[in-house]
Design a protein around this ligand. Structure first.
Ligand code: NOJ
Length: 554
């Protein structure tokens, strides 16, 4: 048995994230459906996908597009029915694709029956299920924490005469994990879905579940006088005890994986979270996405960065998971602007940029997580006014920017650059009306470029990003060192090139990616004895890279 086959199925495969609202609408309503995902399983299989993470599709008022769950045991009617979901899970397996559910366990919707009962009275059976606190003596909020979406993280509740904590929107009250019944209810939900045969879970916002023992004001970091809730509560000591309990109740004994979304966990803490002594199989940490956006993720506060910063972050994550745990490699998800804009400082064709990132993603060590549209080289969308955005966070970031004294145009520019809606426009399937996504007016506009940038056009173009991604997926499947091999950075001092090698026994591949718009030369001896396996711009010359070119030698 070769080394790659000794790894778990989820380490050998490629994962793909679907944002169901924007994937494919099969009923003509302007928003996507689960049946739409089932319809495209062949498409996903051709990309080498074996794990399909679907962002929340449970019953929800959709204030945060499903991340405000009303009922974890029901599918939202806008997406279809539980039968549709069962069908997707079953058909997926026939395609070698296992569905991965998104567990939103830090908070629920304020419409969830648990919260409705909790807010009714302090004597309710659910009284302790959420994080309730009395007002300060002057009636103001218990602390000056700012929610991640902006504004106070506390909301007054008249019925209870108390405030409740919401790390995100006020319609997303935080659950109280200290309450035994809460943890049991959440583990039951996870087991219900695991019993349905899903392949794993992506666990939302998990670093916020443990609150500090004492709630205190922090130093204001903005004109609003507030202190980020992230700084007050993320990764609070004791969190891992909860998560070990979670793992024992859900993960142990099953052939599934759990990947946590862990903003606030640094690369050097990863060994406590993943691997032999850890609680998850993989952890999305965000050190590389913080490079272009800044750690505080305040969109209107510009950061300057260089490729060296991005390389440092990527290398640190590789090192941290080299001997323990496993890395979920990603450049995009539904919360990030498009990677073709985010990770380049130079101008140049989006298709070339997408191929550069694809080369890194699909040949690095770890499970690659693609996000819908990334394989087509999507760019950010075109936005002309704040009213065009749907996203709750974008509107909050706009208000925050205005509060900081920015003009309308400056606040808009920050949202245009960083809005999560950039990643949420409909997937473009063909050149027909609404890009083949829906026969009705889509909930967010399709890109201006849909007539040329779409799946059908790219399938017919051997030089397209889609064909490149498919080529890389085949290469990855055919070369065990790309899955199981060691990872070592090359050309670490190069300002323009990110390069690394993968080695396993006698096999070696080298990935060279030029993130700049310059011609770059490197020492040919680096690839001595190897030949070109794939070049993003056709024939490649050892020792030289064209602007925005990626070459894989082996
Ligand atoms: C992280 C999710 O990825 C994001 O989309 C959501 O808004 C927050 N968690 C709150 O659930």
């Amino acid at each position: 048995m070769d080394k790659a086959n000794e790894l778990a199925w989820w380490q050998q495969t490629i994962a793909y994230e679907v944002y169901p609202k924007s994937f494919l609408d099969t009923v003509g309503q302007g928003t996507g459906t689960i049946a739409g995902i089932t319809q495209k399983l062949d498409y996903l299989q051709k990309l080498g996908v074996g794990a399909l993470w679907i962002t929340p599709c449970y019953k929800s008022p959709m204030v945060d597009n499903g991340y405000d769950v009303q009922d974890y045991y029901a599918i939202d009617p806008s997406f279809g029915t539980m039968d549709d979901m069962d069908e997707l899970i079953a058909r997926g397996r026939e395609h070698g694709i296992r569905v991965v559910m998104d567990l939103v366990f830090n908070h629920t919707s304020d419409q969830c029956t648990w919260f409705q009962a909790s807010k009714e009275s302090r004597d309710s059976e659910y009284a302790d299920w959420y994080v309730w606190r009395d007002a300060k003596p002057d009636g103001s909020a218990p602390t000056n924490w700012r929610s991640i979406f902006g504004g106070s993280a506390w909301e007054w509740c008249e019925e209870r005469g108390q405030y409740y904590l919401h790390t995100f929107a006020k319609q997303q009250p935080d659950l109280n994990w200290e309450c035994d019944e809460v943890r049991k209810a959440l583990f039951d939900i996870a087991n219900y879905w695991a019993d349905k045969g899903v392949g794993g879970f992506r666990i939302d916002a998990i670093t916020y579940i443990k609150k500090p023992p004492v709630f205190e004001d922090g130093p204001a970091d903005g004109e609003d006088g507030l202190y980020p809730v992230h700084a007050a509560t993320a990764n609070t000591p004791g969190i891992l005890d909860f998560l070990h309990e979670f793992k024992a109740a859900v993960r142990d004994g099953r052939d599934i994986f759990m990947v946590g979304e862990a903003n606030g966990v640094a690369a050097d803490e990863l060994d406590k979270w993943v691997g032999t002594d850890g609680v998850f199989d993989m952890l999305f940490e965000f050190s590389h996405t913080h490079v272009p956006m800044g750690e505080a993720e305040i969109w209107c506060r510009p950061v300057t960065w260089e490729l060296a910063d991005l390389k440092r972050a990527l290398v640190a994550s590789q090192r941290a998971t080299a001997t323990n745990g496993w890395y979920p490699a990603f450049f995009e998800n539904h919360d990030q602007p498009r990677s073709t804009v985010n990770f380049f400082r130079c101008e140049g064709p989006l298709a070339d940029k997408a191929k550069v990132l694809g080369a890194v993603l699909l040949t690095t060590r770890g499970t690659p997580f693609l996000y819908q549209g990334e394989e087509l080289g999507f760019g950010n969308a075109t936005w002309k006014s704040i009213d065009e955005f749907d996203d709750v966070q974008t509107r909050a970031q706009y208000d925050f920017a205005k509060g900081e004294g920015l003009s309308d145009a400056e606040a808009l520019a920050a949202c245009v650059r960083f809005s999560r809606d950039n990643a949420r426009t409909p997937l473009q399937w063909d050149a027909s009306e609404n890009a083949g996504f829906s026969t009705a007016m889509p909930w967010l506009p399709v890109h201006d470029d849909y007539a040329t940038c779409n799946v059908a056009a790219q399938e017919a173009d051997p030089g397209s990003p889609l064909v490149w991604y498919r080529t890389l997926a085949s290469l990855r499947a055919a070369r065990p060192e790309l899955i199981a091999g060691d990872w070592q950075e090359l050309l670490s001092d190069d300002e323009n090139v990110f390069a690394f090698e993968r080695t396993l026994e006698d096999a070696r591949t080298v990935t060279l990616t030029n993130f700049s718009d310059k011609n770059v030369e490197y020492d040919e001896s680096l690839v001595a004895g190897l030949s070109v396996l794939a070049g993003s711009q056709g024939d490649a010359t050892p020792g030289a890279l064209r602007p925005l070119e990626a070459v894989i030698f082996g």
